[in-house]
Write a protein that binds this ligand. Structure first.
Ligand SMILES: *Cc1c(COP(=O)(O)O)cnc(C)c1O
Length: 350
């Protein structure tokens, strides 16, 4: 009991020392003059740099309170990077060894961050092998496989507890359209969309939930068909879009899916980075494309209201990939036409 109580107290004290993330109002006159306001909740300001900080805290508390984590337990996770960075932080806080099982192409910036927090990286060649490899490592070490893709939807208290959804609604309280018409998110685990979707229903808000999904991900097709055994190539936007239907993606909570091409995500990432004066990551670009599509529909129909989404992480993690012109040209092609299309939508010349 002693170790368990101390461990929970350490996480709670860390939370007590933390501040909430900002809600940024985007200056977009092409929408604002039509009575449509866009906002991004800036999740890049958590100590570990992304929205996965919230997930990692929830998963550790869930594991501790379920009796799955003990003094000396090796914590193992399958991750494309961001979750592992945040979990490494909490593992260090509790003095537990941490191993991240990741695809070999994971950015070296993320690997360096995991190692900075004392975690170990176990790289595998086949990205779909991360789940089995992580489970096997946990068995070998007598440790615990966190399994974010299964537990993300249930580890966070969706009713309130100052979760991301409650914070959004509180921060919107003094805006001209305080209850968002739409909330737009991407789905990696699906945990964020599940928390927001349940909260909105429980609070009986008129808000609808949209998931912006990159090409190559199966979530869009799963939303349409309900077939849980779908597989696909996976997405090229780090953090979102999956090659299989993850158990934490709860399709019945999502009102609308928008498929987003990679060039559009990259164009939006650059546009936002220029607008805000600091770099945002590619999944934030995907979110922005979803927001702009919905805002254009609202403008065409003469609807007023607000749209809220997330700034998931900062662009500094992607300097050698999405922010590198040669890399982007090679992996995604020319995004200049996508940038022009986006600019036209924002300028209100449709
Ligand atoms: C995980 C992640 C998301 C998606 O969040 P989920 O709650 O896992 O669906 C979006 N962007 C980035 C950068 C992420 O790491």
């Amino acid at each position: 009991m002693n170790w368990l109580h101390t461990a929970i107290a350490k996480i709670e004290a860390d939370y007590q020392r933390s501040a909430d993330t900002h809600l940024i109002a985007l200056p977009l006159p092409g929408f604002a003059r039509h009575g449509i306001d866009l906002y991004l909740k800036d999740e890049s300001t958590h100590p570990t740099g992304s929205l996965k900080h919230r997930l990692a805290r929830s998963l550790f508390l869930y594991g501790l309170c379920n009796g799955w984590l003990h003094e000396g337990s090796t914590v193992v996770e399958s991750s494309s990077g961001s979750t592992a960075v945040s979990e490494a932080y909490f593992a260090r806080l509790l003095g537990l060894p941490f191993i991240a099982v990741m695809p070999r192409e994971t950015s070296c910036e993320k690997i360096a961050q995991i190692e900075f927090y004392g975690g170990r990286c176990h790289l595998v060649d086949n990205p779909t092998a991360v789940y089995d490899e992580a489970r096997a490592l946990a068995t070998q070490t007598g440790g615990h496989y966190m399994d974010q893709f299964t537990y993300a939807e249930r580890a966070t208290d969706w009713r309130s507890s100052n979760n991301i959804a409650q914070s959004m609604f509180t921060q919107m309280a003094r805006e001209r359209f305080a209850v968002p018409r739409w909330i737009v998110v991407g789905a990696g685990t699906g945990g964020t969309s599940a928390t927001i979707g349940r909260f909105v229903r429980y609070q009986r808000h008129a808000t609808q939930l949209c998931v912006a999904d990159p090409v190559g991900s199966v979530f869009g097709e799963y939303h349409r068909s309900g077939n849980p055994s779908l597989t696909g190539p996976g997405s090229r936007i780090e953090g979102i879009g999956r090659p299989r239907v993850e158990p934490s993606f709860i399709r019945t909570l999502v009102d609308r899916m928008i498929d987003v091409a990679d060039v559009d995500s990259v164009a939006a990432m650059h546009y936002l980075s220029d607008l805000l004066g600091r770099k945002v990551g590619p999944s934030t670009g995907t979110n922005f494309i979803g927001m702009v599509e919905l805002a254009c529909e609202m403008r065409a129909k003469g609807e007023h209201g607000s749209i809220v989404s997330l700034l998931c992480d900062a662009g500094e993690r992607y300097l050698k990939s999405y922010f590198d012109a040669t890399w982007t040209q090679q992996h995604m092609g020319d995004y200049a036409p996508a940038a022009a299309r986006l600019q036209a939508q924002l300028n209100d010349v449709d």
